[in-house]
Design a protein around this ligand. Structure first.
Ligand SMILES: [Zn+2]
Length: 387
């Protein structure tokens, strides 16, 4: 039986947004009894938040069962995430103003959508427009905050980018490119011939490449290609003393919508998802935006992702451990670019030098770096095809 006190969830709504709307609809004094818990991390010098949207074991979700009676009518499964790469709670700041306006027009409080919470969420699927960003303190009431912000804002967008890449005219095309990549990633684009499912190895590779393209800028490190090619003005040096692992793990959460959109499109290039016409369009925009000509997978790997030492190189290699050769082969030009740039800029060990002289040195990425064979045996096919 439906509990009359619970409002109906909007399609695609997050759990915390729905619970918050239930509480506001009741005008209950208990509204203050439920909040998103956080803990201060000394290591990172910042607060880490629980996940009130997708973690059924979070205090927020457990508390809502008692206060709202949340499970009585709607299972938590209704609110489960639909993509793997999810932004942490504190970075779920992007929204579609038109969706929020549509909620209010329909006579309900604005609802936050699940499809705004993923790393690859850069545009609204219903309104075909790029997402906006909310600045300031976040609360479970952020959908309303964003609605108010939009209503007050005289200028529709807070970002004022002059470049052709960022312009509204190219937005429609950028969104169609992103759609193509996401469709491929989610499995409608390419399937394993034997199992008829999207190759999980390919998807894992895609996740790692996306992370590399979004590596955060710091004082010591050059950022991933999505930042360096498209980010106009001064990069944000959030954590100047942070190292490579931090930049790689955190970059994809800290990048704004523009940068993440660029990363998804660049990843599409690395995985050869686009047609020649689409690649030409990206080329033209890039030339105007950053003066870069004829960008390809190899250049993205060699010029846009610089490794400063062997330790960082091994960190990246470890991320590809266990990936099948066929998946690696799909992005071999990109990997070759990273490998060549590592050989040029870092002092490696004896095995590195051996591989550096070999052709197709991307093939070493199929092995555990601590236990890799000599290049000759791999290139000749003696061991490579036995994996
Ligand atoms: Zn929308």
């Amino acid at each position: 039986m439906v509990d009359y006190r619970l409002v109906k969830p909007v399609y695609d709504e997050t759990f915390s947004s729905w619970v918050n709307r239930c509480l506001l609809a009741r005008l209950s004094a208990k509204v203050t009894g439920l909040s998103v818990k956080s803990e201060f991390s000394r290591e990172d010098s910042e607060y880490k938040f629980e996940d009130p949207d997708f973690d059924a074991n979070s205090d927020y979700v457990k508390g809502s069962i008692i206060i709202v009676g949340a499970y009585r009518s709607y299972s938590f499964r209704f609110f489960e995430k639909e993509q793997r790469l999810v932004l942490p709670w504190e970075w779920r700041v992007n929204y579609c103003p038109e969706c929020l306006r549509a909620d209010v027009v329909a006579g309900r409080l604005p609802a936050w959508r699940k499809s705004w919470c993923y790393v690859m969420s850069v545009h609204c699927l219903s309104h075909n427009r790029q997402l906006s960003s909310l600045n300031g303190a976040l609360s479970v009431n952020k959908a309303w905050d964003a609605f108010v912000y939009e209503a007050r804002s005289e200028i529709f967008t807070t970002e004022n980018y002059a470049s052709a890449w960022m312009s509204n005219e190219s937005e429609r095309i950028r969104i169609s490119l992103v759609r193509k990549v996401v469709a491929w990633y989610l499995g409608s684009g390419e399937r394993n011939k034997i199992s008829n499912e999207i190759d999980e190895n390919l998807r894992h590779c895609f996740d790692v490449v996306l992370q590399m393209l979004l590596a955060a800028p710091t004082y010591a490190l050059k950022p991933g290609a999505a930042w360096s090619l498209f980010f106009l003005g001064k990069p944000r040096f959030d954590r100047p003393k942070k190292g490579f692992a931090w930049a790689l793990e955190e970059g994809m959460f800290r990048a704004g919508v523009h940068v993440r959109m660029s990363a998804v499109i660049l990843a599409g290039m690395v995985f050869s998802i686009f047609s020649d016409v689409e690649v030409k369009f990206i080329d033209r925009l890039l030339k105007i935006a950053s003066g870069v000509c004829r960008l390809n997978s190899y250049k993205i790997g060699s010029e846009c992702f610089l490794l400063s030492n062997r330790e960082d190189y091994l960190y990246v290699r470890a991320k590809f451990s266990g990936v099948s050769c066929s998946a690696l082969e799909r992005i071999c030009e990109f990997v070759q670019g990273v490998e060549d740039s590592y050989q040029k800029s870092c002092e490696g060990n004896k095995k590195d030098r051996l591989w550096g002289r070999a052709k197709d040195s991307w093939r070493r990425w199929a092995y555990d770096p601590c236990n890799e064979p000599d290049p000759q045996s791999v290139i000749l096919g003696l061991r490579y095809y036995k994996i």
